[in-house]
Design a protein around this ligand. Sequence first.
Ligand SMILES: NC(=O)c1ccc[n+]([C@@H]2O[C@H](COP(=O)([O-])OP(=O)(O)OC[C@H]3O[C@@H](n4cnc5c(N)ncnc54)[C@H](O)[C@@H]3O)[C@@H](O)[C@H]2O)c1
Length: 434
Amino acid sequence: MKHIDNIPSTPGKFKMEKSPYNRLRLHSSLAKLTFWSFVFLGLIFVFFYRSPSSSSTGSLPSDLSRRSLRTSSYGDPAWEKRIKASAKVRATNGMSVLVTGAAGFVGTHVSSALKRRGDGVLGLDNFNDYYDQSLKRARQALLERSGVYIVEGDINDVTLLKKLFDIVPFTHVMHLAAQAGVRYAMENPSSYVHSNIAGLVSVLEVCKSVNPQPAIVWASSSSVYGLNTKVPFSERDRTDNPASLYAATKKAGEEIAHTYNHIYGLSLTGLRFFTVYGPWGRPDMAYFFFTKDILKGKAIQIFEAPNHGTVARDFTYIDDIVKGCLAALDTAEKSTGSGGKKKGSAQLRVYNLGNTSPVPVSDLVSILERLLKVKAKRTIMKLPRNGDVQFTHANISLAQRELGYKPTTDLQTGLKKFVRWYLSYYGNGKKSAQ
Ligand SMILES: NC(=O)c1ccc[n+]([C@@H]2O[C@H](COP(=O)([O-])OP(=O)(O)OC[C@H]3O[C@@H](n4cnc5c(N)ncnc54)[C@H](O)[C@@H]3O)[C@@H](O)[C@H]2O)c1
């Protein structure tokens, strides 16, 4: 391999010598080069096959990225055909939207609403086991029936994301995939960093590099208001005292969004959802597991703040949230960059999407008792300091003004719809939520 030493440090200046001796040396060198190239390529193949993904960041408890590479059959024509069919725009002036977290609670509702009005929709979800996966599969089946395909993969899988953009030049990304829940952060903190920080960066990296760049609407959270005491929470308020790692990762997401808007001209809208509830909801949320436990005759814990302070939430019905998401997509301006370079300033927005009427958690339980016709066994507990805040209350005037957002469902009406769904889905308590 001595000849390698002869290559000048400026590669462009290297000239092949033409003597027979050199030709002989060249042949044997070529054979060696071919041999070592094969060895090298083999090693690369083994590395890619065994590692989670070339782009995967951080170590994951479960190797989700790897699974997506194996199951999503890159390049398979049938797979690409499904993707194209799902993302096909049917309405005049419709948009093609990549919905991350599509098998999730909000993702399912948003995907189905977009599809209904003729937009092209493709879902992406890693179907992780944070809560009952069969519920995610049931939502997937529901979407499948309305023509929405969910690609199974992780948002950290940059290769997969790029491939999806190669197949469909999405005009919009509705980014809902995240590790939700405040208490679970004490059990599995890295899942928050993986999905809410590294995952967001992966999505934005791909969005900034594709041409044309899509506009992005993504889910932040009311939890960014943390320990603030001034109510109702306004977008102008400070958000620098989060009470949980979940809140901190959402706050970090807002800062990351600012950066990608500033450097690459990505159009970014963050939506701060306030306690979303409704049919096909999340089993880790209080209204959901209270329903399950009340039906089972199991005691439920109701938290109380110091000095018998009320714990209250600005519960927001899913249909209102969906309207807010669609309005955010409809009013999103185009990103201004191309080829990874900013060409001008782009839109950067943050909105509260709440209901503006906080309800004490004990009232939520009373409504559930009436709807389920079962008396709850209540245990009053001190609000633990593990992420939950005492109350949330949204000021929604900005979303009202700029998105035309106007929630219309009160808690009583929304819970009635949730309970009806719960009883039909879990068969009047015969089949129980996990
Ligand atoms: N539901 C609420 O009350 C609420 C409130 C505030 C903010 N949010 C935010 O709204 C969004 C949607 O919430 P939701 O209630 O539908 O939660 P969800 O858990 O039901 O949905 C999130 C989906 O994302 C998927 N996912 C998670 N990490 C992923 C990854 N790395 N790659 C691919 N998919 C991944 C999950 O499998 C899940 O299906 C989340 O960003 C959440 O933080 C929700």
